[in-house]
Design a protein around this ligand. Structure first.
Ligand code: SF4
Ligand code: SF4
Length: 172
């Protein structure tokens, strides 16, 4: 799924990849009252099974990364499943395949360390809560984790400074 950051302000997009949470294990699946979201033995959190999903949207509210999207017409939750039809056959997910700058990259941790720059971290912090995920974020070398609260504070300060200088903020 792709979200637009702010159509009025920027053409930038935000691919909303499922992070395949490992600790806690898939909050989306934990709150599903009908066990519609299954997890494969290799830790890939699947889409809602259409024959089971009752459209309650619990998963939408439980996901810390804002991944599940509710399709009102279909009355079905939809989300990234790592293009499981491709990755289970040894192919890359489409987002990684299509990204011209390899900002989204597919491979294992050892391959990343050997081929790429930056520090890959699998812990994301939301205030007092942290989540360990199967997918990694790449952060500067001196950052031990991705701290979303700090990023939001930095973004707010940046916008305030830009506004004070009389310029329009490009993107939030
Ligand atoms: S919307 Fe569907 S998949 Fe999500 S929690 Fe409700 S029943 Fe489960
Ligand atoms: S990122 Fe969201 S949708 Fe993906 S496993 Fe975690 S809670 Fe579920």
């Amino acid at each position: 799924m792709v979200d637009f950051i702010d159509r009025g302000m920027s053409v930038a997009t935000q691919p909303t990849l499922c992070m395949h949470c490992q600790d806690p294990v898939a909050p989306c699946a934990q709150v599903c009252p009908v066990m519609a979201i299954l997890i494969t033995p290799d830790g890939v959190v699947q889409q809602a099974e259409p024959s089971r999903c009752i459209g309650c949207r619990n998963c939408v509210y439980a996901c810390p990364f804002g991944v599940p999207k509710f399709d009102i017409e279909a009355r079905l939750m939809k989300k990234c499943n790592l293009c499981y039809d491709r990755t289970s056959q040894g192919l890359q997910p489409w987002c990684a395949q299509a990204c011209p700058t390899q900002a989204i990259w597919y491979g294992d941790y050892e391959e990343f360390v050997n081929q790429r720059e930056g520090r890959a971290v699998d812990v994301t912090v939301f205030g007092a809560q942290s989540v360990r995920t199967k997918n990694y974020h790449v952060v500067p070398d001196d950052e031990p984790r991705l701290d979303v609260t700090l990023l939001l504070l930095e973004a707010e300060n940046q916008v305030a400074a830009t506004s004070a200088a009389g310029e329009e903020a490009w993107v939030l």
